[in-house]
Structures are given as structure tokens and as C-alpha cells.
Design a binder for this molecule. Structure first.
Ligand code: ADP
Length: 359
């Protein structure tokens, strides 16, 4: 079982009722936890931000603020968002109170009277879960940092290889035969392929590292930019892209990358000899916008519809260039926006990719 070093786990004990607060603090201190106290919502928010406790025992009925609102405020502040919050209440003891408490972001809800042994065991259980989560986050952060560094550090030498291969080709073009020139082209093409793969890895690790603030995104303008970026692919393939009027949504600039990938795939995975016909539409559901990108391309067998969103999973060889990162990256971005992404398709009958984004 994971051991918790209690002396390193600062607890903030919040209660305006002095005897209850005192008894809890005494119990926790005797068990080896450092404890600080607050008696109002305002004080809780200030002490939490300043002292960074790992766990807050939060009374629900505070003189200046409802404990549920305090919890919501703690969750919306990046400095206090990840603290473990357990409501303890002697007066708000109904099921509906517990449900509201947990739904407003608390991790647990205890109803007084709580046996001291139960309180301590609950605190310990939450701290153990937290330790396990921290350890997992640390190893995942290290992995992401590793992939970021690999992506970043390989990019420069690959650029150099491409540039020198082109330079040597230019110098030898008139002196050597076509064989040498074609070998140099192969070197440059290989380096370019690795670079595009590494760029994907870099984007994928950066997408996980943190998200910028949410802002209104005008999807009409966003699509105009995406179409401009895909201009040569559209012209080369003869693709016809149509769209419904698009709304403004709450997202971040990474959403553009999601739609760019969906449209670029819709062009790339066309049926041989058939010009891509792509339609982007949107509908408003009670809680979310649901965008769809439909194509008349080669389609996907139903058993692969989930797997294509896993990183490095491709259904094609290098006859169609790609690195298998685009859809995994898209899923990561959309899920960080609290949205969903999925696909419907049949082989030979085109595909539709859906992106649902909450209001
Ligand atoms: P990439 O295109 O770089 O291979 P993606 O993650 O964007 O990587 O897509 C994963 C795989 O899903 C692709 O390799 C392709 O096999 C399949 N796929 C994606 N979009 C489509 C589409 N519109 N039609 C058919 N297959 C698709």
C-alpha cells in the first residue's frame, strides 16, 4: 500500500463552529498532520492560495459564503484547482446536499457526527489516492518531456540534412549523372519524412502539456484560414468543399488544427480517380454544437473506427503519406475542450467525422 508522509500533508480545516473545528484540528494534529484553520469562505480562499494545503475539510454553511461556492471558486483558480476538497457538514445532511456538494467539485462529503477513526481513515484514503495520481502524473509528464525533447532536438539536424542534400545536389547537378541526383533526392525526402513525423510528435506532446485560455472562436474565419492552408492540396485533388454557415464557439486556437486535419484527411483518403467532395455542417443540440465533416472518400471499416484515434495507428502504408498522429492529436485537443470526436463510415461509402463542443 502507498505510504503517505503525514508531516508533509498540510490540511486546511474550515468551520465557523469553534468546538467542531477545534476537535478536528486536534485529531489531525495528533495523527501527525500539520493543520491550519479558517472560519469563513473568504479566509479559506486566501489561505488555500497562500499556503497550498493538499486537502481541505470544508464546512458547508459558512457565515459569508456557501461552502459549495467556495469549492467552485477553489476549482476555478489554477493555484487551488487540484486540491483535495472534502465537505464536512452537520446541518446540510440530505442526499440532495451531498449530491450538490460532489457536483460542485468536492471529492468527498462527510456528514456529522463523523467518528474520529472514520475521519482519519477518510483523510488517509484521499491522500493515498492523491499520491498515486501524483506519481502517475509525474511519469506521464516525464514521458511527454522526453518526447518533446526528442522531437525538438531531432528537428534541427534533420533540417541540416535536407538543406545540405539540396546544396550538394545543386553543386553536382551538372557534373554527375542523374543517379547521384536521385540518391540525393531520396536522402532529402527521407529526412523530410522523419521531420514531419517529429513535428507531429512535438505537437502531440505540446498539446498535452497545457492548454491556452478559452476564447470565442469565429468558425467562419477559422475555416477560411484552414482552406487557405490547404489551397494546394485542394487544387491538386480537384476537391470541392462546401459548408453550412458556421457559428462562434468557445474554444482555443488549437481547434483550427483539428479541422485542418479532418479536411486534409478527407482530401488525402479519396477514392482513387474520384475528386473529393467534402461538406462541413453544424447543428445545435441542447448542450453542444455538433460539427461534421463528410467526404466521399474510400471509407473506413467499422472495426477500425475507434482505433484510428489512437496515436500512430494508420490503416494505410506510405503510399499515402502520414504519421498516424493527426486524429490522436485532434482527440486530445477536443477532449481538453470538454468535447467529443468520433467517426461514422463504411468502406467505399465515404466517412463522416463529428466534433461535439459544449457551449
Ligand atoms: P495520418 O493521416 O497521418 O495517417 P491520422 O491520425 O490523421 O493520421 O489518421 C489515422 C488513419 O485514419 C489514417 O492513416 C487513415 O488510415 C484513416 N483515416 C483518417 N481520416 C480518414 C478519412 N477521411 N477517410 C478514410 N480513412 C481515414
Amino acid at each position: 500500500m502507498i505510504e503517505v508522509n503525514r508531516s508533509e500533508c498540510l490540511i486546511l480545516n474550515v468551520d465557523d463552529y469553534a468546538p467542531g473545528r477545534y476537535a478536528r484540528t486536534k485529531l489531525l494534529k495528533q495523527a501527525g498532520f500539520p493543520v491550519i484553520e479558517a472560519t469563513t469562505g473568504k479566509e479559506t480562499l486566501e489561505l488555500a492560495e497562500k499556503n497550498k494545503p493538499v486537502l481541505i475539510l470544508l464546512d458547508v454553511n459558512l457565515p459569508d459564503m456557501n461552502g459549495f461556492d467556495v469549492c467552485k471558486k477553489l476549482r476555478s483558480n489554477p493555484h487551488t484547482a487540484s486540491m483535495t476538497i472534502v465537505h464536512v457538514s452537520a446541518s446540510s445532511i440530505l442526499t440532495q446536499h451531498q449530491v450538490s456538494g460532489l457536483e460542485s467539485g468536492a471529492d468527498g462529503y462527510l456528514v456529522e457526527p463523523v467518528e474520529p477513526a472514520v475521519l482519519l481513515a477518510t483523510v488517509n484514503a484521499f491522500l493515498r489516492a492523491r499520491r498515486a495520481e501524483d506519481a502517475m502524473r509525474k511519469s506521464s509528464d516525464e514521458l511527454l518531456w522526453f518526447s518533446y525533447r526528442v522531437g525538438h532536438d531531432m528537428s534541427e539536424p534533420l533540417r541540416t540534412i535536407t538543406a545540405y542534400a539540396q546544396l550538394v545536389k545543386a553543386r553536382l547537378q551538372n557534373r554527375e549523372g542523374p543517379e547521384i541526383v536521385s540518391l540525393l533526392d531520396s536522402i532529402a525526402a527521407g529526412a523530410l519524412q522523419i521531420r514531419s513525423f517529429m513535428d507531429g510528435v512535438l505537437q502531440y506532446s505540446q498539446a498535452a502539456a497545457g492548454f491556452s485560455r478559452l476564447t470565442p472562436v469565429d468558425c467562419e474565419k477559422m475555416f477560411a484560414r484552414v482552406l487557405a492552408n490547404l489551397d494546394s492540396a485542394v487544387r491538386d485533388s480537384g476537391a470541392v468543399i462546401t459548408r453550412d454557415p458556421l457559428p462562434e464557439v468557445v474554444a482555443n486556437e488549437q481547434l483550427e488544427g483539428v479541422f485542418q486535419n479532418l479536411l486534409s484527411n478527407a482530401i488525402k483518403y479519396a477514392q482513387p480517380g474520384v475528386a473529393p467532395e467534402i461538406h462541413v455542417s453544424v447543428r445545435k443540440d441542447p448542450k453542444e454544437w455538433i460539427f461534421s465533416v463528410s467526404d466521399n472518400g474510400m471509407g473506413i471499416a467499422p472495426e477500425f473506427l475507434e482505433r484510428i484515434f489512437e496515436v500512430f495507428n494508420r490503416l494505410h502504408g506510405q503510399e499515402i503519406p502520414g504519421n498516424g498522429i493527426g486524429l490522436a492529436l485532434a482527440r486530445r485537443i477536443v477532449e481538453a475542450l470538454r468535447g467529443r470526436i468520433w467517426a461514422e463510415s463504411q468502406p467505399g461509402a465515404g466517412s463522416t467525422f463529428f466534433v461535439a463542443l459544449p457551449f
